[in-house]
Design a protein around this ligand. Structure first.
Ligand code: G3P
Length: 191
């Protein structure tokens, strides 16, 4: 299983990257907001630390806006993955960006049917939110198991299951047991 770091803190990424255990990075607007820095500069800096996939999220909610922002983000570095919300417009943008050769991470996945749609739209990664489901007294890890099982029915599928909203080390090992392709892990949890 690949380890991505879920942060926009470049120093933290550098620190963990030195372990040789980091395969990529995911960010979101809240994480970049915490850094207090310009969004694009942060992404460029992260892409200098790792050549693994770096997810950078659009903030537009309509297809045209997502496409414009997604294309601009993809132009920042070859390893940028455009992160899109799992909405109808997000899926449309996913399909178009994928057909242009841009990798996408379709995020905010809370069900197997949503994961099926993301795969159908050509997402390179789908991000089920384990911790957020646990917060609602649902079983986030069960969703990971079910998506892994569902995708296994279609061996040609390129969509990778990226366990997100990871809160503690047990979520990481359980994701590995479930066969998730990736877990994106906050800095303190990785430490
Ligand atoms: O990976 C998604 C993540 O950034 C959200 O995590 O802990 O706020 O649910 P959390």
């Amino acid at each position: 299983m690949k380890f991505f770091v879920d942060t926009a803190d470049v120093a933290a990424i550098r620190d963990l990257h030195a372990t040789g255990l980091v395969d990529g990075v995911t960010t979101n607007p809240s994480l970049v907001g915490k850094s207090g820095r310009d969004f694009r500069e942060v992404i460029v800096d992260i892409c200098k630390v790792t050549d693994g996939p770096v997810s950078a999220e659009v903030i537009a909610t309509d297809e045209a806006g997502m496409l414009e922002q997604g294309r601009a983000l993809a132009a920042l570095a070859p390893n940028v993955v455009v992160k899109l919300p799992l909405t109808l417009d997000g899926l449309k943008a996913c399909r178009k960006l994928t057909s242009e050769g841009t990798r996408t991470n379709v995020t905010l996945c809370f069900s197997t049917s949503q994961a099926l749609l993301a795969a159908k739209a050509g997402a390179r990664f789908v991000s089920p939110f384990v911790g957020r489901l646990d917060d609602l007294a649902q079983d986030g890890m069960q969703l990971i198991q079910e998506i892994v099982e569902m995708y296994a029915n279609f061996p040609n599928l390129k969509t990778e299951v990226l366990a997100a909203s990871i809160r503690h080390p047990l979520h990481v090992s359980q994701s590995a047991l479930a066969g998730a392709d990736v877990a994106t892990i906050p800095y303190p949890v990785m430490k």
